[in-house]
Design a protein around this ligand. Structure first.
Ligand SMILES: Cc1cc2nc3c(=O)[nH]c(=O)nc-3n(C[C@H](O)[C@H](O)[C@H](O)COP(=O)(O)O)c2cc1C
Length: 195
């Protein structure tokens, strides 16, 4: 069966390192993804070892700050426990890849409709790139988790990473220590309509 059917979000990882060669193959799959106007609006920054620890220390402090202030995402604070859980998973995975949309800026700043359309297209392109990464990782026997919960720590993570652009999310990688069954999907008849 193709990796489209067998891929799962992995939330338990073995501590074993993932080689730079394998990480390179996974990011190469991102490089080959389609993108709006072929803008290739992405950059991938790989954190491992103590660098990853420092990144996640920043995320932890920032999540705790958000827990008391609700300053960044006041209407989404009920998602914070899940963000702490994601952080725990990221700690256990040997690799965190930070994904940057190099053409966009902070989602906490207003933009006009033209820029929003461009940003949507670039975000979709980045989604295609990340999916390529997850499928390639699965084919290589590497477990992965696509992460958006970085949004609760957005400003502090961006400051730490020190890149221009928008933090689009992260991908955790490592050798899987679980084999979850498929999460439920809506039936085809519910999402497909012929006219
Ligand atoms: C854009 C996006 C963001 C996600 N963010 C998180 C996250 O922050 N934490 C987490 O545990 N899972 C996250 N996931 C994983 C989803 O929960 C998962 O894909 C979904 O439940 C379906 O499960 P599956 O990937 O095993 O098929 C994210 C997935 C996507 C596509």
């Amino acid at each position: 069966m193709s990796s489209i059917g067998t891929r799962r979000s992995i939330r338990k990882f073995k501590p074993d390192e993932v080689s730079r060669d394998l990480i390179g193959q996974i990011v190469e799959a991102a490089r080959l993804a389609p993108s709006a106007k072929n803008r290739q609006p992405w950059k991938f920054i790989v954190y491992t070892g103590t660098q990853k620890d420092s990144l996640l220390d920043v995320m932890e402090i920032s999540l705790k700050k958000e827990q008391t202030t609700h300053a960044l995402l006041p209407d989404s604070h009920n998602g914070l426990p899940d963000a702490f859980n994601t952080l725990k998973i990221m700690r256990s995975a040997p690799v965190t890849i930070i994904v940057i949309n190099i053409n966009a800026s902070s989602p906490f700043e207003p933009i006009d409709a033209d820029r929003r359309i461009t940003e949507i297209c670039d975000t979709l392109s980045i989604g295609a790139a990340i999916e390529n990464m997850l499928l390639t990782a699965a084919e290589l026997g590497i477990g992965s988790l696509w992460i958006a919960n970085t949004c609760y720590a957005y400003d502090d993570l961006v400051k730490f990473v020190g890149e221009n652009g928008q933090l689009a999310g992260a991908v955790a990688l490592g050798y899987p220590d679980e084999s979850p069954s498929q999460r439920p999907r809506k039936p085809l008849g519910e999402i497909l309509e012929f006219r």
